[in-house]
Design a protein around this ligand. Structure first.
Ligand SMILES: Cc1ncc(COP(=O)(O)O)c(C=O)c1O
Length: 535
């Protein structure tokens, strides 16, 4: 048998496997893999059996409800078979009638809207924001009319919305917290889901606390609590009857079977006992992507939000639909499953067939549909598999675009060559020899970045005491490299100042396209190099 001589890195192991066992292909990283704490759950199941209660409201349900009250202050919570069921309960509890209007996000899962469509209401679709897929509060406010009977928001990716502008409208607000367990309200800093009159959570296999199927309704408005217990018991007063408050039970309102069985609650109980461990692991994976994915010209990473958010999702936003598609193909070829997300609901076949054509469109929601890709992020994701995902992504970025990375000593000579090749663009136009350049780099490499394409260094960008420097190899000029380096660098160093020699027509033209113009007094006095200002 062949020996594995090199270090057992993941790549070497794959090559070794391929050489020794041709039936084994590349490793397969799923988008999601469920994780249950089975042994503990079985103990809790036995508990339920001993109590003779495996339908709803058994000992495991009781434990979970108390846990949520203590941990997050959800004082009136009901476990449900799904978040979908919890959302349907909210629609029933608000007594919505045909003709009422309900505002829902365009960029969300079907359940957020379907629960309300079931009541025959008119849906109004609010667009996403420009810089996050979360629903835009301004878009919601622009849709409010006197017929608006409810507003539904989703804390997308577990990134919490600031709901204050919606609360002041006085319109009942439902929070779809399917993604958001463990997140915090950005204004009150309290756990998510306490702002609206009701909120709905999911314990579906793809969520932070996965038990297969499961959900929870949190009722913040005390006036809805009594009816919530009737609605979930098929419209009957069974809860009051069991508690000895009524002598028999019968039909009181519309309702359905909205209880989670105590068998499922046993799995939820076991997972809740590991809540912090799960969240810490997810957060570490989120931060790992954020740290190791190279800054590049093809996609943007999400803003660092894990302190208030719950590391539910790590997504990339590509610069176009074509690049999104080619990225998904690339990852598939590498046996890594990544997924795009929601089709805007107003474009779905169901709504398109129902609503009158020419209704409102949500361009940002469509943009997110065509540009966002979610990466594998789940409790059981191994470090080796995550590193493999990161490697595939960084290779894609370097192959199809440019990446920008911190300068190391091995880059010094490459920077010198590119700088000398472009020396007419610099304020000191003489050739720089290796020794002078080495000393210079030792002083300033911290504020320099190098760009790579297909394994070659193709440019650099940097500043020296706020004075901006940029250069590309000739073969990559006019391919967007300079613009990418400039705009990315400015996100890190917004204070840099730009000066160009008057004779340097190429640099003038480049900065002019970016919106720069000469500083008027320096221009009038004939200053050279000439300071340029934005605007
Ligand atoms: C935003 C949103 N709301 C509701 C749901 C429905 O959750 P469940 O599967 O628990 O019914 C999902 C499911 O993915 C979701 O993403």
């Amino acid at each position: 048998m062949r020996r594995l001589r090199q270090q057992p890195t993941l790549k070497n192991l794959i090559i070794y496997e391929l050489q020794t066992n041709p039936t084994v292909m590349t490793p397969s990283v799923p988008f999601n893999a469920p994780h249950l704490f089975v042994e503990e759950a079985f103990d809790f199941l036995k508990d339920a059996l001993q109590h003779g209660a495996i339908s709803g409201d058994g000992p495991n349900t009781k434990f979970c409800v108390e846990w949520f009250a203590e941990r997050f202050g959800y004082e009136r919570a009901l476990l449900t078979p799904s978040c979908t069921a919890a959302l349907e309960m909210t629609a029933l509890l608000l007594d919505l009638q045909p003709g009422d209007e309900v505002i829902v996000p365009s960029y969300t899962f079907v359940s957020t809207a379907n629960a309300f469509a079931l009541r025959g209401v008119q849906l109004q679709f609010a667009d996403s924001s420009f810089d996050t897929p979360n629903v835009s509060i301004d878009s919601i406010l622009s849709l409010v009319t006197e017929r608006t009977k409810a507003i539904v928001v989703v804390h997308y990716a577990g990134v919490p919305l600031d709901l204050r502008p919606l609360l002041v409208t006085g319109i009942p607000l439902i929070e779809d917290c399917a993604h958001a367990i463990g997140a915090f309200d950005p204004y009150t800093q309290r756990p998510i889901g306490l702002a609206g009159c009701m909120s709905a959570f999911s314990f579906h296999q793809t969520k932070n606390i996965p038990i297969g199927e499961g959900g929870m309704l949190v009722v913040n408005d005390p006036q809805l609590w009594e009816r919530a217990q009737i609605v979930r018991e098929k419209g009957t007063n069974r809860t009051r009857f069991i508690e000895g408050r009524d002598t028999f039970y019968t039909w009181h309102s519309l309702g359905s079977s909205y209880l989670l069985s105590d068998i499922d609650a046993a799995f939820l109980r076991a997972s809740l006992n590991h809540f912090d461990e799960i969240q810490e692991k997810r957060s570490a994976i989120w931060k790992g992507y954020d740290r190791d994915l190279l800054v590049n010209s093809l996609y943007k990473k999400p803003k660092l939000t894990v302190s208030l958010a719950n590391a539910h999702m790590y997504y990339l936003k590509f610069s176009s639909w074509a690049i999104q598609q080619s990225f998904c193909d690339w990852m598939k070829k590498n046996s890594v499953l990544v997924t795009t997300h929601y089709v805007p609901l107003e474009e779905s076949p169901f709504i398109a067939a129902r609503e009158t054509p020419g209704g409102a469109t949500c361009p940002m929601s469509r943009n997110w549909h065509q540009t966002l890709v979610r990466l594998p992020l789940f409790f059981a994701l191994t470090e080796a598999n995550q590193n493999f995902v990161i490697k595939c992504i960084n290779e894609f970025s370097e192959h199809h675009g440019f990446v920008l990375q911190a300068v190391l000593p091995e880059h010094y000579e490459g920077i010198r060559l590119i700088r000398n090749e472009n020396r007419e663009a610099f304020l000191h136009t003489e050739e720089i020899d290796p020794e002078t350049h080495g000393k210079f780099m030792k002083l300033h490499s911290q504020t320099y970045r190098v760009a790579y394409h297909e394994g070659n260094m193709v440019g650099f960008v940097g500043h020296v005491d706020g004075d901006f420097r940029i250069a590309c190899v000739p073969s990559q000029q006019r391919k967007g490299l300079a613009h990418f380096m400039y705009s990315t660098f400015l996100e890190e160093y917004p204070f840099v100042s730009v000066r160009v020699k008057r004779s340097n027509v190429k640099s003038w033209a480049f900065f002019k396209k970016l919106g720069y113009k000469p500083e008027p007094s320096a221009f009038a006095s004939g200053e050279d190099p000439l300071p340029l200002i934005l605007g």
